[in-house]
Design a protein around this ligand. Structure first.
Ligand code: BES
Ligand code: MN
Ligand code: ZN
Length: 506
């Protein structure tokens, strides 16, 4: 999808569709007033008929408005002006795109950014318009004939800004928004692919394809033999139960200002790339097990964030690490009670083979020490317990570092990809005690998301570290089943801030 910025005389602008915001009580946003005037009061006249009051997300399409060059005018409800929130604003943006997709317009000029809530910066208002549009337009089609696909999909969205001096900021927001959206799309697409196609080897191939597209990006894929040599006993124990070989994918990105960036300690993103999680010998129940193809969404979000960094040529040193494996039952699979030795040297008693994410992540975390990271952030669909705690709206955030917590919380708000912090107190660590190894891989039912984070913390002592449990946020279930691309927006926000392109939102 293509995005553009325009300013100038709205009424004279030729477009298949002009999108205008309407607040409740039929109050036109400023652009609407301009058009109302140009059409000799036609808009107010039509609104008086009462077909649209301004409720958020409601839409009304108008044709042949006199004095207006646009072929169509789409009115979009934006809610009560005084009570407009980021959520109602995004709802209006989404509704406009959904309706455009059902018409033959194919192209539109949207003025909705002016209907953004007061507290929202113009930059974020424009970026939201771009990211929501791309999010609504995305359709999965890799393995099916999409019969319901729009005949004339929305191909170009032009965003109208009032003042010429706002357009530099808008252009930046547009560029950032487009890169975020493409990163999100990549993550969704990888997530949506089934486990028989999206295997560890497939992810490794995709990593090579991504690296081939950018001079600034290289990739290294460690094979099982190399992992064996290094001593990644935890990761390899998971993959032993699978016929697909595990891969450890390592992206190296070095953006503009190579010299300086090379000297910079890297941001390291570690993403769980479990391409299908059947639970292993501790087999999962059958219901909804298909959704465990999404267990690689942490890894997919690393792909998305790395791609965005490349596209924006961010002046930053970034490393992406994706341990990729399947978790299946097999004669050679992990058994409850088995003890393995991790790369760190610590031994682990595997009491539940379904707690495999932490087993592949712990070795990836230890491996990350070699990069002397400025920070390590891991992303993982780690626990069902996190979904119970936070539902589908917030990712779980775990870190002992208050400053890092604030940074990620603020970035999550800025990117509208929010996280909620849960404790990582020492008190929970004892739940991982084992009589036979340095630790058990599970800590019982209580605080399951927390004890999972506690487990990882034992492999993250040598660098500043945060863990995001994205089990609830990485995909939607039911009728809307599909990857969300989260937390790519949050990650790109962090990279934009850490690279100095944006000032910190904290
Ligand atoms: N990938 C799952 C976590 C998961 C489950 C995410 C359901 C989203 C929905 C993970 O590997 C897992 O199975 N975790 C176990 C841990 C337990 C055995 C301690 C879980 O959450 O049940
Ligand atoms: Mn599992
Ligand atoms: Zn899993």
């Amino acid at each position: 999808m293509e995005f553009k910025i325009k300013s100038g005389d709205l009424a004279k602008h030729k477009t298949p569709c002009l999108v205008l915001g309407v607040f409740e009580k039929r109050k036109l946003a400023p652009a609407g007033e301009v058009i109302d005037k140009a059409s000799g009061g036609r808009l107010t006249e039509l609104l008086k008929k009462g077909d649209l009051d301004g409720e958020p997300g409601r839409t009304l399409m108008l044709y042949d408005l006199p004095g207006v060059a646009a072929e169509r005018v789409l009115l979009v409800g934006c809610g009560k002006r005084k009570e407009a929130t980021r959520a109602t604003y995004r709802q209006a943006l989404a509704a406009s795109v959904d309706l455009l997709q059902r018409t033959h317009a194919g192209e539109a000029l949207s003025t909705l950014a002016e209907a953004a809530p007061e507290g929202l910066s113009h930059y974020l208002a424009v970026r939201d318009a771009v990211t929501t549009a791309a999010e609504r337009v995305y359709r999965y089609s890799q393995t099916k004939d999409d019969k319901q696909a729009p005949k004339t999909p929305l191909r170009t969205l032009t965003l109208w800004v009032t003042k010429k001096q706002e357009s530099d900021e808008a252009e930046q927001a547009l560029r950032h928004g487009a890169a975020i959206a493409e990163g999100v799309t990549l993550a969704r697409e990888l997530g949506n692919l089934p486990g028989n196609l999206c295997t560890p080897s497939y992810l490794a191939d995709q990593a090579h394809d991504l690296a081939a597209r950018f001079d600034t990006l290289s990739v290294e894929v460690l094979e099982e033999a190399q992992m064996e040599e290094l001593g990644m006993g935890a990761l390899l124990s998971v993959s032993r139960g699978s016929r697909q070989p595990a891969k450890l994918i390592v992206f190296h990105y070095q953006g503009a200002g190579q010299g300086a960036a090379a000297a910079q300690r890297p941001v390291v993103l570690v993403g769980k790339g479990l391409t299908f999680d059947a639970g292993g010998i501790s087999l999962k129940p059958g219901a909804d097990m298909d959704e465990m193809k999404y267990d690689m969404c942490g890894g997919a979000s690393v792909f998305g964030a790395v791609q965005a960094a490349c596209e924006l040529d961010l002046p930053i040193h970034l490393i992406g690490v994706v341990p990729a494996s399947e978790n299946l039952p097999d004669g050679d699979a992990n058994k409850p009670g088995d003890i393995v030795k991790s790369l760190s040297g610590q031994t682990i008693e595997i009491l539940n083979t379904d707690a495999e994410g932490r087993l592949i992540l712990c070795d990836a975390l230890t491996y990350s020490e070699r990069f002397d990271p400025a920070v390590v952030i891991d992303l993982a669909t780690l626990t069902g317990a996190c979904v119970v705690a936070l539902g589908k709206h917030a990712s779980g955030l775990f870190t002992a570092d208050d400053q890092l917590a604030s940074e990620l919380q603020a970035a999550g708000v800025a990117a509208w990809d929010r996280v909620w912090r849960l404790p990582l107190w020492e008190d929970y660590q004892a739940q991982l005690d084992s009589n036979f190894a340095d630790m058990a891989n599970v800590g019982g039912r209580d605080g399951g998301a927390i004890t999972a984070a506690c487990f990882l913390s034992r492999y993250a002592k040598k660098f500043p570290w945060a863990h995001l449990d994205i089990a609830g946020t990485a995909w939607l279930s039911g009728k809307e089943k599909g990857g969300t691309g989260r937390p790519v927006p949050l990650l790109v926000q962090v990279l934009l801030e850490r690279s100095g392109v944006l000032s910190a939102s904290t």
